[in-house]
Design a protein around this ligand. Sequence first.
Ligand SMILES: [Zn+2]
Length: 113
Amino acid sequence: MPNYHNKQPTWQNDEVVDSGNYSQRLQDTKVGEGLTGLVINGGSFVNCLFPIGTEVNGGLHLQVDYCKHEHPDWDELEDESEDCAHVTETILLDGITLYTREDTIISNGAKYG
Ligand SMILES: [Zn+2]
């Protein structure tokens, strides 16, 4: 299966996509920009923004706000404070604050633009 995680897919006009990973690290990352007749039947498309007119019949489509603390090696993400918006739980233990953080799902479904 093709893996274009954090890379631009090498699609052509009228490409039919049945599988693969096309997930991007930043929300609303344009994929297939300028292409026409794109058909998406399956695959993983986190944070993808398809050209208007793309036919989406299947696949996993999410917009996710990734936490830098959870993905420290992802240079695309901005540095965040310890108590960033991804904190789901705070525990004070012997005077030290421990944080539980999660990536945040912003929306579910294909996006176009
Ligand atoms: Zn965070």
